[in-house]
Design a protein around this ligand. Structure first.
Ligand code: ADP
Ligand code: MG
Length: 624
C-alpha cells in the first residue's frame, strides 16, 4: 500500500488573525457555531439540488438530501454530515483556507469589534465556518464534490497557523465535519443539549436534520403558508435564518400575486445597516426560489442593487426550474418579477411612512442613503423613490424631516419651484447668505445635508411637476416679494443708486474677471454683503466639490457669478473706496469674493486669504 500523501499548508494571513480572534476572544454564545455549520450544510444541499437540475450526471444521485448529526459522548466528538454539493481539493483550499471577502485589515478590526459585542455577527461577515474553532480543538472536514470525476479529500486543522490536506478515497458525496471538542465544550457531544440548540436555531432549514433516526426540524417553506397562520416569532426566526441575521427585522412584507405572474414573496428590512459596520458593500440578501427549490442564493437579479439591504425570499412558480445563473440575468421573465417586487416594496414603504412616520424616520436614517443611490443610479423607479425621500427644511426642527409631497402642499400660491440648499449642517446653512431671501419671504427651503443630495435633486429634476431648484442658482426666480411696508428701511439710508451700482459691478467684474463669470446686483440678499451663485443650472457648489474630490474634470471650475448686496454698508463704502484708493479696494473686493466662496463651501487658497485679511485689519486699526 502506498502511504497517503499529506500536505501541510499555511492559512492566509487574514484567516490566521481571524482564528486568533475566534479562539482567544470569543467565549460567549458558543452555540452559534452549530447554527453556522448547519447553515453551511443547508447551503451546500440547496446548491446541489439546483445543480442536479442543470447537469445530466452528478455523483451519488441516489443519496437523499439531508443533514446528519452524530454526537459521540465518550470520545467528545461531534460530527455533522451533509449530502450537499461537496468540495474539491481546490475548493477546500480556497473556501477554508482564505477569506473570500476583501481580506482587508479594516474588515478584521471591524469584525473583532463587532464580534466582541455580538458573536452572532460572525455569520454576517461570511466567515461562519471558522466559528467551529470556538468549541473544537481540532476540526476535520471530509468532502467529496458532486462532480463525477472529483476525488474525496480531508482538510484538517487545529486552528493554528496551518492546515493539512490529504486524499480521502471512497467517501460519499457531500461534506462531513468532525469536531474534536475542547474540554470546556463537551456538552456539544451530548444528545440532549445539541438537540436543544438545533431546535432553537434551525427550524427553517429546508432539509431534514436527523439524529439517531429522528428528524429534529419540521421542513416548511414559510413563505408559501397563509399569512394568518404565521406567528410574529416565526417570521422573526425565519428572518434570522435567511438573513443570517442577529437583529430583528424593522419591516416585513409578505405577499403573493397570481397575475401577471405567480409570486410568493417574504421580504424583510433589517434594523441595522451592516454597511455601517465597515464591512464594505453588502451583497444582495434575497434568495430566488422556484416552487420551493432554491435557484439562486443572494440573487442579484431579483431586486435592484440599491435594494441590497433587503433580505428574504422570492418564489415564482412561473420560472423554469432548471434555469441557469447566466440565463437568469437575461431572462425577461426574471426582469418582470424584479419589477413587480420592486414596485410592491416601494409602495409598501410609502404606506408605512404614512401610517407610522416615526418608525419610517428610523428606517430613513439607516437606509435612506440606498434610496438616494437608487435615484442617481436607476432611472426606472425615480418617481416611486421620490415619494420616500425625506429632508430637513427651514420649517422643521433639527432632526425632523419633510417629504416632498408635504413641501408641495405648503408651497405659496405663486411659488412655482421646490427649493433646496446644501450645507454640511443646519447651522452652516442658516447662517449663510443663500437662505436670506427665503427667510424674508417665508418660503420653505429644503436642507440637503449630504453631498449626494444635490445629485439626487439633479437626477430627479421634477416632483409633482414642480422643478427642483438649488438656491445657489444665479437665475433664481423667487415669487415677487410683497412691496410696501416691509420695503427694506436700509435702502433709503445707505443704498447705492442704479448708476453707482452699475459702475461698481462693472469695475468688480473687470478686476475679478479671472475668477468670476459675472458680477451682478442681488435681488435676494438681506444681511450678507455678497454671495456666489451658479450660472449653470445643473451644477451646485457641492456637486462641484464632490466631482473635484473624485478627480473628475468638469467645465470651467470656479466660474461663478458674484452677487452684491448694494444695501450693505460694506458694498456701499466699497463703491467710494474704489475711486479713492483703488489698490486697497482691490484687496477688499478679492476678500469679499473669497469669503463668499468659503460660504459656498468651495476650496480657496487660505494663504492668500490670511495675508490679505491681515492687510485689511492693519488698515482698519490705523484708521481707528
Ligand atoms: P459563508 O457560508 O458565508 O460563505 P463560511 O465561512 O460559513 O462562509 O463558509 C465558507 C465557504 O466554505 C462557503 O461559502 C462554502 O463554499 C464552503 N463550505 C462551508 N461548509 C460547506 C459544506 N458543508 N459543504 C460545501 N461547502 C461548504
Ligand atoms: Mg456560512
Amino acid at each position: 500500500m502506498t502511504p497517503v500523501k499529506t500536505e501541510t499548508k499555511e492559512f492566509q494571513a487574514e484567516v490566521k488573525k481571524l482564528l486568533d480572534i475566534v479562539i482567544h476572544s470569543l467565549y460567549t454564545e458558543k452555540d452559534i457555531f452549530v447554527r453556522e455549520l448547519i447553515s453551511n450544510a443547508a447551503d451546500a444541499l440547496e446548491k446541489f439540488r439546483h445543480q442536479s437540475l442543470l447537469e445530466e450526471e452528478v455523483f451519488d444521485s441516489h443519496v437523499p438530501l439531508e443533514i446528519k448529526i452524530d454526537p459521540d459522548k465518550d470520545k467528545h466528538i461531534l460530527t455533522i454530515t451533509d449530502t450537499g454539493i461537496g468540495m474539491t481539493r481546490e475548493e477546500l483550499e480556497s473556501n477554508l483556507g482564505t477569506i473570500a471577502h476583501s481580506g482587508s485589515k479594516t474588515f478584521l478590526t471591524e469584525l473583532a469589534e463587532a464580534a466582541k459585542k455580538d458573536v452572532n455577527l460572525i455569520g454576517q461577515f461570511g466567515v461562519g465556518f471558522y466559528s467551529a474553532f470556538m468549541a473544537a480543538k481540532k476540526v476535520r472536514v471530509q468532502s467529496r464534490s458532486y462532480r463525477k470525476d472529483a476525488e474525496g479529500y480531508e482538510w484538517s486543522s487545529e486552528g493554528t497557523g496551518n492546515y493539512t490536506l490529504k486524499p480521502a478515497p471512497g467517501i460519499h458525496r457531500g461534506t462531513k465535519i468532525i469536531l474534536e471538542l475542547k474540554d470546556d465544550s463537551h456538552n456539544y457531544s451530548e444528545k440532549e443539549s445539541i438537540k436543544q440548540i438545533i431546535k432553537q436555531y434551525s427550524t427553517f432549514v429546508p432539509f431534514p436534520i436527523i439524529m439517531d433516526g429522528e428528524t429534529l426540524n419540521t421542513i416548511q417553506a414559510i413563505w408559501t403558508r397563509n399569512k394568518n397562520d404565521i406567528k410574529e416569532e416565526e417570521y422573526t426566526e425565519f428572518y434570522k435564518y435567511v438573513g443570517n441575521a442577529f437583529d430583528e427585522p424593522s419591516y416585513k412584507l409578505h405577499f403573493s400575486t397570481d397575475a401577471p405572474l405567480a409570486i410568493n414573496a417574504l421580504l424583510f428590512i433589517p434594523k441595522e445597516n451592516m454597511e455601517k459596520f465597515g464591512f464594505g458593500r453588502i451583497s444582495s440578501g434575497v434568495n430566488l426560489y422556484c416552487q420551493k427549490v432554491l435557484i439562486e442564493q443572494h440573487s442579484e437579479n431579483i431586486l435592484p442593487e440599491w435594494l441590497r439591504f433587503v433580505k428574504g425570499v422570492v418564489d415564482s412558480e412561473d420560472l423554469p426550474l432548471n434555469i441557469s445563473r447566466q440565463a437568469l440575468q437575461d431572462s425577461a421573465l426574471v426582469a418582470k418579477v424584479k419589477k413587480i417586487i420592486t414596485k410592491r416594496l416601494l409602495k409598501f414603504l410609502e404606506e408605512e411612512a404614512k401610517s407610522n412616520p416615526e418608525m419610517y424616520l428610523e428606517f430613513w436614517n439607516n437606509f435612506g442613503i440606498y434610496l438616494k443611490e437608487g435615484i442617481t443610479s436607476d432611472f426606472n423607479y425615480k418617481d416611486e423613490i421620490a415619494k420616500l425621500l425625506r429632508f430637513e427644511s427651514s420649517k422643521t426642527k433639527a432632526g425632523k424631516v419633510v417629504s416632498l409631497a408635504e413641501y408641495v402642499e405648503r408651497m405659496k400660491e405663486d411659488q412655482k419651484n421646490i427649493y433646496y440648499i446644501n450645507g454640511p449642517n443646519r447651522e452652516a446653512i442658516e447662517s449663510g447668505p443663500y437662505i436670506e431671501a427665503f427667510k424674508k419671504q417665508d418660503i420653505e427651503i429644503l436642507y440637503t445635508l449630504e453631498p449626494i443630495d444635490d445629485f439626487v435633486m439633479n437626477h430627479l429634476g421634477l416632483f409633482d411637476e414642480k422643478k427642483l431648484v438649488s438656491a445657489e442658482r444665479a437665475d433664481l426666480d423667487l415669487p415677487e416679494a410683497k412691496k410696501g411696508e416691509d420695503e427694506s428701511a436700509t435702502e433709503t439710508e445707505k443704498s447705492l443708486g442704479d448708476d453707482e451700482s452699475k459702475k461698481l459691478t462693472e469695475w468688480m467684474k473687470d478686476i475679478l474677471k479671472d475668477r468670476v463669470k459675472d458680477v451682478t446686483v442681488s435681488k435676494r440678499l438681506v444681511d450678507s454683503p455678497a454671495m456666489v451663485v451658479n450660472p449653470d443650472a445643473y451644477m451646485t457648489s457641492t456637486m462641484e466639490r464632490v466631482l473635484q474630490a473624485s478627480g473628475q474634470d468638469f467645465h470651467e471650475s470656479g466660474k461663478k457669478n458674484l452677487e452684491l448686496n448694494v444695501n450693505h454698508p460694506l458694498i456701499f463704502q466699497l463703491s467710494t473706496l474704489k475711486d479713492k484708493d483703488t489698490d486697497f479696494a482691490l484687496e477688499v473686493a478679492n476678500q469679499i469674493l473669497d469669503n463668499a466662496l468659503i460660504q459656498a463651501g468651495l476650496v480657496v487658497d487660505p494663504r492668500k486669504i490670511v495675508e490679505r485679511s491681515y492687510k485689511i485689519m492693519e488698515r482698519a486699526i490705523i484708521e481707528k
